[in-house]
Design a protein around this ligand. Structure first.
Ligand code: AMP
Ligand code: GLY
Length: 422
């Protein structure tokens, strides 16, 4: 098969890494891709949200299967579009993609199907949202309802913070529309859980946990994700059973009830406290950086799993995982998630790549005049495996030490909860 992966992050690099091992692959393409991906796939830089351009590309290159990495094209209906053109595509259609595309839609589904999640109220009028906050206790969580590239959530600890957040959303600061959800603050430990589903049946992936804050000890502003590890011990078999029964199954039923079954990968972000999970969010795609660690541990052919979600026979497909542990540490441009310098030079990457059991997945990299440059916020995912988490992390940090990139930042404490508890 000719397979096209859409996206340009380290998540898509990891997906390409996994797809490249499939017996079913004839030729791998990626758009828009990045420098790292160009080593294993033919990279074409076009606008993946322009569906006509995408269709022309698929026809010209005889693409059999499109694997959609990021949420924006899914929420815009790329799978519905490709389906109408008889091109197979991996991911949910537009209606079920609303589980990520609209927090109001997602919370209303939770309420209708009794899915455990934070109590909430949605608003489309600024004054009502502000009045509600004035009578609320803090902390409280304020979320733009639409897609906001991970920036639309504020944990407000005072009325002033809360009013600022409401103001930002109604000024459309995140380009996510003027609707919001105000919800109860949940404390606990977060974990990410993924299932491949054909709409009715589903198979779980191994558990993972990411680190969303920029600073060590989970401090500072939220980011797209600064590191991850798998398996995540906090996600016990018991929790998995609860999440399957109380979240995944009713959600799949809800989508069938709407006449648009969920096919693809469903990612539940959960908060665990006192051995009970509550749903924080749904995403309709792989997590980044969770995907990087999962792809290093997946032994099965990912293309079989992808086709199982499309063809409706996911339950007949076996998944095998390496018994080992994997972790990834994200190196970002210094200053991220705020302003950062572009075009800083990364040297000695090959020394890190030569370390044992290390894979480096690229996000914001470009080759400029034969020099590797950082052009984005999150730039490299240094990913490694070991018999236990500490061993995997030791290999990763040894590899990072070899990289000469002074204008970078990364967390030194990835996996700290699992290590402290283990
Ligand atoms: P979301 O985009 O809904 O996933 O939110 C991004 C991040 O904000 C989550 O991964 C949590 O770390 C945090 N968060 C979101 N909702 C809540 C909540 N109700 N209570 C505590 N933290 C939350
Ligand atoms: N790792 C968080 C996300 O992909 O949304």
């Amino acid at each position: 098969m000719n397979i096209l992966v859409l996206g340009n992050g380290a998540r898509e690099h990891a997906l390409c890494f996994s797809i490249a091992k499939s017996d079913q692959l004839s030729k791998l393409f990626c758009a828009p891709g990045n420098y790292g991906i160009s080593k294993i796939a033919e990279v074409h830089n076009f606008d993946i949200n322009n569906f006509d351009t995408l269709y022309d590309f698929c026809l010209a290159n005889k693409i059999d299967l499109v694997v959609v990495g990021p949420e924006v094209p899914l929420v815009n209906g790329v799978v519905d579009f490709l389906d109408s053109k008889k091109i197979m595509a991996f991911g949910p259609k537009k209606i079920p993609a609303g589980l990520e595309g609209s927090k109001i839609f997602m919370k209303d589904i939770c309420s209708k199907y009794n899915i455990p999640t934070a109590a909430y109220k949605s608003f489309t009028e600024k004054k009502l949202a502000c009045d509600y906050l004035k009578n609320h206790t803090f902390p409280v969580v304020i979320k733009a309802s639409g897609l906001a590239a991970g920036k639309g959530v504020t944990i407000a600890t005072s009325l002033n913070d809360g009013l600022l957040a409401v103001n930002d959303i109604f000024n459309d600061k995140f380009g996510s529309g003027c609707e919001l959800v105000i919800e109860e603050f949940m404390d606990g430990e977060e974990a990410s859980y993924f299932v491949f589903t054909d709409g009715t049946n589903y198979i779980p992936l191994s558990s993972a946990q990411d680190h969303k804050r920029i600073g060590d000890g989970d401090t500072g502003p939220n980011t797209g994700g600064m590191g991850a590890y798998s398996p995540a011990p906090v996600f016990t078999k018991e929790i998995q059973k609860q999440v399957d029964q109380e979240m995944i199954e009713p959600t799949l039923k809800a989508m069938r009830d709407l006449g648009s079954p969920y096919q693809g990968i469903l990612y539940a972000g959960v908060m665990i406290k006192n051995n009970k999970a509550k749903l924080v969010e749904y995403n309709v795609r792989f997590g980044d950086p969770e995907c990087q660690v999962l792809m290093l541990r997946l032994k099965s052919d990912i293309v079989d799993l992808i086709l199982g979600t499309i063809n409706g026979n996911i339950s007949s497909i076996k998944t095998n995982w390496e018994e080992n542990h994997a972790a990834t540490v994200v190196m970002a441009s210094l200053g991220y998630p705020n302003e950062y310098k572009k075009d800083t030079k990364i040297k000695n990457l090959e020394l890190a790549e030569n370390e044992n059991d290390i894979e480096i997945f690229h996000a914001g990299t470009e080759l400029k005049n034969t020099e590797l440059c950082a052009v984005g916020g999150r730039v490299l995912s240094i990913t490694g495996t070991g018999n236990d988490l500490q061993t995997a992390l030791n290999k990763i940090y040894t590899a990072i030490d070899k990289i000469d990139w002074p204008e970078s930042t990364f967390r030194k404490d990835i996996g700290w909860r699992a290590i402290n508890n283990g």
